[in-house]
Design a protein around this ligand. Structure first.
Ligand SMILES: [Zn+2]
Length: 423
């Protein structure tokens, strides 16, 4: 893409003046970004995959060995694999003419037994950030489709429209770096705290609350808000300030925010250190979660009760003529449920859907409850069309040992129900 505005033109121009990666930097990257392997076979023959040198040492048992030829420290692998490939990203952090520049290099190594390792290094992304946090990205072309998702190495570093894949988390950052004074002033001391270099620099230059989190050592929150694009940072800010003032460090940002949300739901004061600075965050988080579940359940029950009261008149109009029907075989007592409230209780005790599915408003069905000494056994639905038991269910829709006796008892007393229908 051709540079369009002045900013882009300037970045493009300055980019051409950047020095190439030095051989010292490349050597460092090669040394620290990759695994270094020695293959060992069953006969005790070692092969250095860096230089191809072979030697025998049957007595050696440790996991690390130094190649006698190229002096590289090698990790020993007992494998039959012949070819090893590895790709990584290496980052050089530098400044250039008033810009913070992040240079990302794609590194690839191809190692084959008995061969010198083949090493490839190419700069693929440059990010230029000015002291106000304004930035541009230069990158190689990287078409993304089903068949191809890699850098086109014969394309040029050009201004490209923003894409998430330019925000690279490098395997290693070159330890000799240069930083804009504004970034140092805003709290950067050489540690990235698991953020990508771009995200960290850009955030502390553009958001003074992120800057405060960094300076206060609140790295857990810093990470969480950077990753979520700071969308909710302002919402939590008052509580965060309480934590900072009380020297309370938050390790798990997402859990803490979740916890503060629950405090709000439960009507607790989120400006009180007593609540927002718990000694054991995980335990408090779980405790509040249980509390909320209980509260929700209570609210649900209350809602059901309100609904039951609203439907009571309709129910009475439909079913009052059956009220009072009751019979027993001496042990089992069966009676018609006489209020919507009773349906609700029956459903709650036996954990089934007699209330939820509004059986009380079904015109052609009648619900009876079977008990022994007041304890609920099963709920019976009788069809007012066929005068038969449609279903009969106990706790969690299971049958009790009295199931068949209950059905027989209802059928023997069906006359009582039929008589009321005539009225
Ligand atoms: Zn070697």
């Amino acid at each position: 893409m051709k540079p369009k505005n002045r900013f882009q033109k300037q970045v493009m121009e300055l980019s051409k003046q950047l020095p190439s990666i030095t051989s010292k930097q490349e050597q460092w990257a090669r040394r620290y970004c990759f695994d270094h392997i020695a293959k060992k076979n069953s006969k005790g023959v070692f092969t250095c995959l860096e230089c191809g040198h072979k030697w025998t040492d049957k007595s050696y048992t440790a996991n690390i060995v130094v190649c006698p030829c190229c002096k590289t420290k090698l990790e020993i692998k007992r494998t039959r694999q012949r070819v090893f490939k590895q790709s990584e990203y290496f980052c050089i952090v530098t400044t250039f003419k008033g810009y913070q520049v992040l240079r990302f290099f794609y590194l690839n190594v191809y190692k084959k037994e008995s061969q010198q390792a083949h090493f490839f290094c190419r700069e693929v992304v440059q990010r230029w950030i000015n002291p106000q946090g304004k930035y541009e990205t230069l990158a190689l072309l990287r078409p993304m489709n089903y068949f191809q998702d890699k850098w086109i190495f014969n394309s040029d570093l050009e201004i490209r429209p923003e894409r998430a894949l330019y925000d690279i988390m490098p395997t290693k950052i070159y330890p000799y770096y240069r930083i804009l004074p504004e970034i140092k002033r805003n709290g950067f001391k050489g540690v990235y705290h698991d953020n990508t270099p771009f995200q960290l620099f850009h955030s502390i230059l553009t958001n003074n609350r992120i800057e405060t989190l960094l300076k206060a050592g609140q790295y857990g929150l810093l990470r969480y808000f950077i990753r979520t694009n700071c969308t909710t940072l302002d919402h939590y800010w008052a509580s965060i300030r309480i934590c900072i003032r009380n020297h309370y460090t938050i390790k798990d940002g997402s859990m803490w925010c979740d916890y503060v949300n629950m405090l709000t739901i439960l009507g607790k004061d989120t400006n009180s250190p007593k609540y927002v600075c718990p000694i054991d965050l995980k335990a408090e988080h779980n405790r509040r979660h249980t509390e909320i579940l209980k509260q929700r359940e209570k609210e649900e029950q209350e809602q059901k009760k309100r609904k039951a009261m609203e439907q009571e008149q309709r129910f009475i109009g439909m079913k009052a003529k059956f009220f009072g029907i009751a019979f027993t075989d001496g042990t089992i007592n069966i009676r018609v449920l006489e209020s919507v409230q009773e349906y609700l209780e029956e459903g709650n005790v036996l954990h089934h859907c007699v209330f939820a599915n509004e059986y009380h408003l079904k015109p052609n069905s009648l619900i009876l409850s079977a008990t022994i000494s007041g304890k609920r056994l099963e709920t019976i639905e009788v069809s007012l069309e066929t005068m038969k038991v449609i279903q009969c269910r106990g706790l969690c829709n299971r049958n009790t040992e009295y199931h068949d006796r209950i059905i027989n008892l209802v059928h023997r007393n069906m006359k009582q129900i039929r008589q009321r229908m005539v009225v």
